[in-house]
Design a protein around this ligand. Sequence first.
Ligand code: EPU
Length: 421
Amino acid sequence: MEKLIINGGKRLTGTVKISGAKNAVLPVIAATLLGQDKETCLEEVPNLDDVNTISEVLRTLGVKVSHDKEEGKLYVDATSIENITAPYDLVRKMRASFLIMGPLLARLGEAKISLPGGCAIGTRPIDLHLKGFEALGAQISIGHGYIEAKAPNGLKGSRIYLDFPSVGATENILMAAAMAEGQSIIENPAQEPEIVDLANYLNIMGAKIRGAGTNVIKVEGAKKLIAHDYTIIPDRIEAGTYMIAAAMTKGDVYIENAISEHIKPVIAKLKEAGVTVIEDIEGIRVTCDRRPKGVDIKTLPYPGFPTDMQAQFMAMLTISEGTSVVTETVFENRFMHVDELRRMGAKIKIDGRTSVVHGVDTLTGCQVKATDLRAGAAIVLAGLVAEGETQIGYIHHIDRGYDNLVEKLVALGADIKRVDQ
Ligand code: EPU
């Protein structure tokens, strides 16, 4: 097992280039299953364990996938699909594997996917995905740990209201509706930039989707979608994580390739905390020459403050001046980083979905573990400013979502290395 060793106290300076977005590339890879007639080349594909897992899922379907990690290109040939089953071993590793259900149903009229099981950040049901498929005319059955969906006569366009703007359900339903017969209307969909990226990709393949990024999406089903090359948007959460790293280390970092429109609430909250954020069309510069001030944050679906930035922002609040209140409304159990931050000297109290953070002068390095992806990012950030050495275990969680994290931080001046335990 590998771990990360950080010697805290180094000021970060320089430029870091943001990679393609994990949460955009995963649905786009699932959507390649809809593309017929030729091979697809995806560009700006990050080198992440989650990309390896979804590629493996596609290979179990008999689809050809090859990843040129140096060039950041992923080639998918889904001209023929031989299998419709995604097994437990892969779905257990990554819940986003479930995103292949929509495209398989749309293209082949059936799909069989293992139920994902437990998750570190909440129960994460898939009822909204299934309600959407049923509305489009699919029959759903659950047994022996698998969900089977069938639409032998094809899917039919329909009006679907989502009780909550779930990102995954919106994506899955969008992919299914893209090839359903007639018009579909998705009301109260998720509005994240990753939804817009997926809709853009589907439209390039011949789909007719309007309204992605707003609160109503209209889809005219197409008979056939043709494979097409595509470039993935930059990762707003990776960008936000480096913004916090710059602020916490009182650094001066230019975050190249970051799209500031995608990360407005994080920028606003950093400014409120007294951090300097300068936006331009190529990226975002973050500088900080004083201790940040405590601010309150509340996570919400886009365009609210992203839940995927809550843990990292809390890491900054642990060393900020004064008291801050952090409220998590998207997931019910996303405070796993609190215990690890407390081990490093943070003063945090949890009451249900709210954490109260009393800023301390210094954190101290110790042995901690990454309990999930963003919790892992939060303790890396804490380690960058902690006194002495921080050792982080269970880093496979971090490898799921941060492309070349160690190399990028070292280039900015951090003292961080990966060692084999
Ligand atoms: N939900 C339901 N029923 C459903 C689907 C979701 O009740 O059928 C609930 C969930 O339990 C959760 C809330 O809705 O409480 C939000 O879930 P959502 O479906 O929006 O999340 P997701 O699609 O499973 C994606 C990202 C997550 C990110 C969330 C929220 C991908 C691959 N994952 O998950 O990313 O936190 O949206 O923005 O896009 C991460 O990158 O660290 C990560 C967890």
